[in-house]
Design a protein around this ligand. Structure first.
Ligand SMILES: Cc1ncc(C[n+]2csc(CCOP(=O)(O)OP(=O)(O)O)c2C)c(N)n1
Ligand code: SF4
Ligand SMILES: [Mg+2]
Length: 329
């Protein structure tokens, strides 16, 4: 795959696993559910991270399914941390590596530092330590496995749960249609920190995901990637539909794939025609209860947000001006 590069890869409509590096860093034998889109995303993200990396991982599905004592599916040095301090731990690792290098105890390029967490661990509980680490400019990459609820503890809503979705804490009924709030925009929050690299990715477009993660870990300074992680258990969807659903999320503009480099937005996957939102909602039991008015509201809002994103992509100026402090002051 490396010989094609990012630009060429976007021309492929089919996907062949043989085109990706063979090294496995998230190995088989873990206990994720059948058809878990999150586990697929982790596997390919880890291929992109490559050798010589240290991972701090919050509690959540990908930690629980992969690290039951005395086994582990992770081939990288991997630390299980609490929700609140994932990015603080990553900051500490990065700072310690720099000190070791300064003291001459580490030679050559430093290992890459990566923090990972679910949407609950990122957009709710770990948000303040993430914000601090982005603001301080640590050289690390944060990856959010966004399956849109607290799945590991039994499908409770998070601030990343989409409008109208059924969870165990937003049950639809006579007085409720499910989640009442719009999904928190973690990408916009990350961009607002003025960091050099922010992106969305999904297991429906693995080449796109691979190159974004690679770019993120190679970017000096903080990088943030939000990965839509299809969860058949929580989304009440068929286990053989996960990759299809990930693609539908982009084809319906619910989850556009783009990157923001030094404040400049760029769409990386441009669907030739945006499909109606029903195509995405229908295969998911979590949206089964929605009536026409709610579906129409979702359609209208998704369309308006997509238009706004396209405008940002076409804007001649970046969202922010990167500040490069000159040497010596
Ligand atoms: C401070 C704290 N609160 C609650 C829990 C219980 N808990 C463990 S996993 C989990 C769900 C995590 O949700 P998310 O971060 O979205 O990851 P997912 O399981 O969906 O991949 C919760 C609430 C905990 N471990 N620590
Ligand atoms: S609950 Fe969802 S995210 Fe968690 S392992 Fe199962 S399918 Fe994957
Ligand atoms: Mg989650």
């Amino acid at each position: 795959m490396e010989k094609f590069g990012y630009a060429e890869s976007s021309k492929f409509d089919t996907y062949a696993s043989r085109m990706m590096p063979r090294d496995e860093f998230f190995t088989s034998g873990h206990r994720s559910c059948q058809g878990c889109g999150e586990a697929l995303a982790v596997r390919w993200a880890c291929k992109a991270i490559g050798k010589d990396a240290i991972i701090a991982h919050a509690t959540g599905c990908m930690e629980i399914v992969s690290s039951g004592m005395p086994q582990t599916a992770w081939m990288h040095p991997w630390i299980h941390v609490a929700f609140e301090n994932t990015s603080a731990v990553a900051s500490g690792i990065e700072a310690a590596l720099k000190v070791l290098k300064r003291k001459g105890k580490l030679k050559g390029p430093l290992p890459k530092v990566v923090a990972m967490g679910g949407d609950g661990g990122t957009s709710d509980i770990g948000l303040q330590s993430l914000s601090g680490a982005l603001e301080r400019g640590h050289n690390f990459t944060y990856i959010c496995w966004d399956n849109e609820a607290y799945m590991n503890t039994g499908i409770q809503r998070s601030s990343a749960t989409p409008f109208g979705a059924m969870t165990t804490t937003t049950p639809p009924g006579k007085r409720s249609f499910g989640q009442r709030t719009w999904k928190k925009d973690m990408v916009a929050i990350a961009v607002a920190h003025g960091i050099p690299y922010v992106a969305t990715a999904s297991p429906g477009y693995l080449f796109d995901l691979y190159f974004k993660v690679k770019k993120a870990v190679e970017t000096p300074g903080p990088a943030y990637i939000n990965i839509l992680s299809v969860c058949p258990t929580g989304w009440r969807s068929a286990t053989d539909l996960s990759v299809r659903l990930a693609r539908l999320a982009t084809e319906t503009a619910v989850f556009p794939l783009f990157e923001v480099v030094d404040g400049k937005y760029r769409l990386t996957v441009e669907p030739p025609k945006i499909r109606p939102i029903r195509d995405y909602l229908k295969p998911q039991g979590r949206f089964r209860h929605l009536r026409d008015p709610e579906v129409e509201f979702i359609q209208k809002t998704v369309r308006a947000k997509y238009e706004l994103l396209l405008e940002k992509c076409q804007a001649p100026f970046p969202e922010f001006s990167p500040v490069h402090v000159p040497e010596g002051i």
